[in-house]
Design a protein around this ligand. Structure first.
Ligand SMILES: [Zn+2]
Ligand SMILES: [Zn+2]
Length: 148
């Protein structure tokens, strides 16, 4: 049997998770990891995240989508006490696609946080700066910089 690239990382995740009392005995941990994380890049990121956030599988704390996928697959495989990450703003169990200063947000909550009414053009835009509490959109902050 030839070893595929990425299997090493999947084995490392397996090793990291084995011994976790939330996982049912005799489950196909390796198979579940491979199914949840088909790509090498998400396996590498998962391993990094799990190493940093040891309790992320049961805390329900905000975590990136690859962690959520792993948790969902582990739950399907019988690890029912694990908790899917929730958005810290709306508390929903939805994919948290956006990283923002140490946490992860769902799309609606993220866009709500990054848009605001621009102080110069009065349009609701993506915020480019909030310098001195003044909200400016990208084109206005660009225009102002040229005026100065
Ligand atoms: Zn949300
Ligand atoms: Zn503007």
């Amino acid at each position: 049997m030839t070893k595929r690239k990425g299997d090493v990382t999947a084995r490392q995740i397996e090793q990291f998770l084995s011994g976790n009392s939330a996982l049912p005995l005799g489950m196909d941990l390796f198979g579940t990891i491979v199914k949840a994380l088909p790509y090498e890049v998400s396996r590498t990121k998962t391993l990094e995240f799990l190493t940093k956030h040891t309790y992320s599988l049961r805390s329900g704390d905000p975590a990136p989508p690859y962690i959520a996928r792993l948790i969902v697959e582990l739950k399907l495989a019988g690890a029912t006490s694990l908790r899917v990450p929730r958005c810290p703003e709306c508390q929903k169990e939805v994919p948290l696609l956006y990283a923002k200063s140490d946490t992860y947000l769902c799309r609606p909550c993220y866009s709500e946080q990054i848009t605001d009414v621009c102080a110069r053009c009065n349009r609701t835009q993506r915020v480019a700066t909030r310098r001195d509490g003044v909200v400016l959109c990208g084109s206005c902050s660009h225009a102002l910089r040229r005026e100065i």
